[in-house]
Design a protein around this ligand. Structure first.
Ligand SMILES: Nc1ncnc2c1ncn2[C@@H]1O[C@H](COP(=O)(O)OP(=O)(O)OP(=O)(O)O)[C@@H](O)[C@H]1O
Ligand SMILES: [Mg+2]
Length: 499
C-alpha cells in the first residue's frame, strides 16, 4: 500500500465545553483533491489547523509519508511541505502584496528588503495563478476577494506538497473561482495532495475527487465524488435538510422606506436610483468590483458620497453617517466580519448585543439577564453552535461567527437591513435559516437589501433584483423571470437589457 502524503489516526481535539474533533482517521493522497465538508462547527477548520501545525491536537497521531510526525508550529508544517490558506484572512494590511506573499522569506540585500527581487518573485507566483494584482499595493487597500487571492498566492509561493484551502472561494466570483480550480487541478496533476473545504457543494462536483464528511467532530464517511450525489452528501452532513421556498404570503407594502436618487461616489458608483418599499427584499446582483459593497457603504454613510439624495421613510437625510443612519433605523452587516463587524476578544453575548443595546436597556441600566434573553433568541433562531455565550467570539467556527453578526442586527429590529454577503461561509442549512429570517423581517414590514455573489440565492430569496455593472444600475429583473445562468450573463453584460 502506498503511504498517504498526510494521514491522521484517531485525531482528537477538546476545547472547554466542546469536543471539536473526536477520533478522526483519514488519509490524504498525493494527486488527489480531497474535499472536507460538514456543517458550521463540524470541526473542519480544527482538523486542517492541526495539520498546519497551528493548533495542537489533544489525542491521536499524524503521519507524513507514512512516518509519525509532531507538528509543533506552522514552521514544522512548512518544513514538510504543508501549506495552508486560512478561512479568516491572515494578511498584514500595512504591508505590500509582495511582502505578504513572501512574508518571512522576502529576499534581502545587505539586511534590507531587495524590492526588485521580492516584487519579481511575487509577480511570478501571481502570474502562475493567472491573476493580475499590483504587487506593490498596500494589502489593506484591496477588496476582500483580492486579499483572498493574495492569501492563496502566499501558500502557493511555498511550493507545497500538501495544500490545504479553507473556504478559498467564499469571497471569489465565478471567473476567479475558475482560475483557482485550474490551478488546484494543475497542482494535483503534479502530485500535490489538496485538502479543500467548502460549503458550496455544487462547486465540489467540479473540483473534488474524494469527499470526507465530518459531523460534530466525528468522521461520518469518505466517498468518491463521482459515485455520489449532492443529495447523499447533504444527507451525510445533516441527516435531513428542509429546503424552503420563498413563502407566497410576502407582500411588500407600497410605502417607500428608503429612496436613493442619483447617488454617486466618484470612482465607485454613479447615478444610482431606486426605491425600497416596506417589507421588500431587494437583491443587488453584480460581478466582483461592480460597486455593490461600495453602494451599501455609501447608503449607510460609512463612505461619503459626492452626489445624490437619500430619504428614509420620506424624510431626506442631510448628511448620512453610520450613527445618523442607525438612528433612522438602518442596519448594515458588512462582508468582512473579522475586521468590521465583530470585536474578536469580546464575548459572544457582548457581540450579539452591540446593536440593540439601546433597546435592551431599561432606563439607564442593563443586566446580563436582559442581554441573555436577546442572545438566547438569536442562538435559537439561527441555530448558532455555542458552548457558552461568555466565551470569546473568536472561539466560534467561521460560519457561527457570521451568524453572530446577523443575530446582533436582527435583535435590533431595524427598519431597513443592508446585508452584504450574509451567507458567506455559512452551511446549507444555516443559509435556509438566514433566508427564513429575512422573510420573517419582510412579514414585519422590515425591508432588506441583499448583496450576494451567489446569484441563485438572490433568485431564491428576493422580490426584485437590480443588476449593477461598473458602478451603475443597468437593469431590474424579477427572480421568477430568469435563471441563475441568465442572471450571471446579465451581470457580465453579455446580453442586452431587452431580455
Ligand atoms: N479556539 C477555540 N476555543 C474554543 N472552541 C473552539 C475554538 N476553535 C474552535 N472551537 C469549537 O470547535 C468546534 C469546531 O470548530 P471549527 O472551526 O473546526 O468548525 P468548522 O467545521 O470549520 O465550521 P465552519 O464551517 O463554521 O467554519 C466549534 O464548536 C467551535 O466553536
Ligand atoms: Mg471553519
Amino acid at each position: 500500500m502506498t503511504a498517504y502524503k498526510l494521514e491522521t489516526q484517531h485525531l482528537g481535539k477538546d476545547y472547554p465545553g466542546t469536543v471539536a474533533l473526536d477520533g478522526v482517521s483519514v488519509g490524504f493522497a498525493g494527486g488527489e483533491v480531497h474535499a472536507l465538508i460538514g456543517k458550521n462547527g463540524a470541526g473542519k477548520s480544527t482538523l486542517v489547523k492541526i495539520l498546519a501545525g497551528s493548533v495542537a491536537p489533544s489525542r491521536g497521531r499524524i503521519l507524513c509519508d507514512g512516518v509519525a510526525v509532531d507538528l509543533r508550529s506552522p514552521q514544522d508544517a512548512f518544513d514538510r511541505g504543508i501549506a495552508m490558506v486560512y478561512q479568516e484572512l491572515s494578511l498584514v494590511p500595512g504591508l505590500t502584496v509582495a511582502e505578504n506573499i513572501l512574508l518571512g522569506r522576502t529576499p534581502k540585500r545587505r539586511g534590507l528588503i531587495d524590492w526588485r527581487a521580492t516584487n519579481a518573485q511575487a509577480r511570478a507566483v501571481l502570474a502562475r495563478m493567472g491573476v493580475a494584482i499590483d504587487v506593490s499595493a498596500r494589502t489593506g487597500d484591496l477588496g476582500v476577494a483580492q486579499q483572498q487571492v493574495v492569501e492563496i498566492a502566499k501558500a502557493m509561493s511555498l511550493d507545497p506538497q500538501v495544500l490545504m484551502l479553507d473556504e478559498p472561494t467564499s469571497a471569489l466570483a465565478q471567473h476567479e473561482t475558475e482560475s483557482l480550480f485550474a490551478l488546484v487541478r494543475g497542482l494535483a496533476r503534479e502530485g500535490v495532495a489538496i485538502i479543500y473545504i467548502s460549503h458550496r457543494l455544487q462547486e465540489l462536483r467540479h473540483i473534488a475527487d474524494k469527499v470526507t464528511v465530518l459531523r460534530d467532530g466525528r468522521h461520518i464517511g469518505s466517498v468518491a465524488m463521482r459515485e455520489s450525489s449532492v443529495e447523499e452528501i447533504v444527507q451525510m452532513m445533516f441527516g435531513e435538510v428542509v429546503q424552503r421556498e420563498r413563502p407566497g404570503d410576502l407582500r411588500p407594502g407600497d410605502a417607500p422606506v428608503l429612496e436613493v436618487r442619483g447617488l454617486s461616489r466618484a470612482g465607485h458608483f454613479a447615478g444610482v436610483d431606486f426605491a425600497l418599499r416596506e417589507g421588500e427584499i431587494l437583491g443587488i446582483a453584480g460581478m466582483l468590483g461592480a460597486g455593490r459593497t461600495e453602494l451599501l457603504k455609501g447608503i449607510f454613510g460609512a463612505d461619503t458620497c459626492d452626489g445624490g439624495q437619500i430619504a428614509v421613510a420620506g424624510e431626506s437625510v442631510g448628511a448620512p453617517s453610520p450613527p445618523a443612519m442607525k438612528a433612522l433605523g438602518l442596519a448594515f452587516t458588512p462582508e468582512n466580519r473579522k475586521e468590521e463587524a465583530l470585536i474578536q476578544a469580546h464575548s459572544i453575548r457582548a457581540n450579539m448585543c452591540l446593536a440593540s443595546m439601546g433597546k435592551i436597556a431599561r432606563g439607564r441600566y442593563i443586566t446580563r439577564a436582559m442581554e441573555q434573553v436577546v442572545v438566547d433568541e438569536q442562538v435559537e433562531r439561527l441555530q448558532i453552535k455555542v458552548a457558552d455565550s461568555e466565551d470569546a467570539v473568536s472561539s466560534l467556527s467561521g460560519g457561527n461567527q457570521q451568524k453572530v453578526v446577523l443575530g446582533n442586527w436582527l435583535g435590533n429590529r431595524p427598519r431597513v437591513m443592508l446585508f452584504d454577503e450574509p451567507t458567506r461561509g455559512v452551511d446549507v442549512q444555516a443559509k435556509q435559516q438566514i433566508f427564513a429570517a429575512m422573510w420573517d423581517l419582510s412579514r414585519e414590514g422590515i425591508a432588506s437589501i441583499f448583496v450576494s455573489t451567489e446569484l441563485e440565492e438572490l433568485i431564491e430569496v428576493c422580490h426584485r433584483i437590480l443588476i449593477m455593472r461598473e458602478g451603475r444600475i443597468e437593469g431590474e429583473v424579477r427572480p421568477e423571470d430568469l435563471s441563475a445562468e441568465e442572471l450571471t450573463l446579465r451581470c457580465m453584460g453579455e446580453v442586452g437589457d431587452g431580455g
